[in-house]
Design a binder for this molecule. Sequence first.
Ligand SMILES: [Zn+2]
Ligand SMILES: [Zn+2]
Length: 153
Amino acid sequence: MTETFTGGCLCGAITYRAEADETLHYLCHCTHCQRFGGAGYHAAIVVAADDLTVHGTPKVFTNTADSGRTIARYFCSDCGGHLFTSPNPEATRFSVKAGTLDDPTHFQPKHEIWRQSRADWIEPDASRELFDQGFTRPVSIGAPAVDPDQDKF
Ligand SMILES: [Zn+2]
Ligand SMILES: [Zn+2]
């Protein structure tokens, strides 16, 4: 089933639309997502790059994540709102930040990664599949799955 959603940053300079047959809704508790997002964790929907249309030009910050992979983090240079992350330099997939959705109820996370660095004050949710670090097996709603060797956030 095709999943369609839209969103944008706080000031509206950057907006996006995703139409995807395969998505993955997840939370990431890694220390870089915490610090970059200024929040307890990163909540996002993974889509293939071809399925995401972006209007406006986000600024990009790139560094080496807890997983050892290089991750690019995209944000608005006007309001500072964080919009996307992607493995770099491949950028074949983008994680779209759930807090930027026009319809926040669209987000239904099924997995949590980097549990080992989860903040104490966030209650675990036993209904979700938990990973101590990144994904250790292919996971997706549809196929093809996120490849644990390629898509570590
Ligand atoms: Zn903005
Ligand atoms: Zn993370």
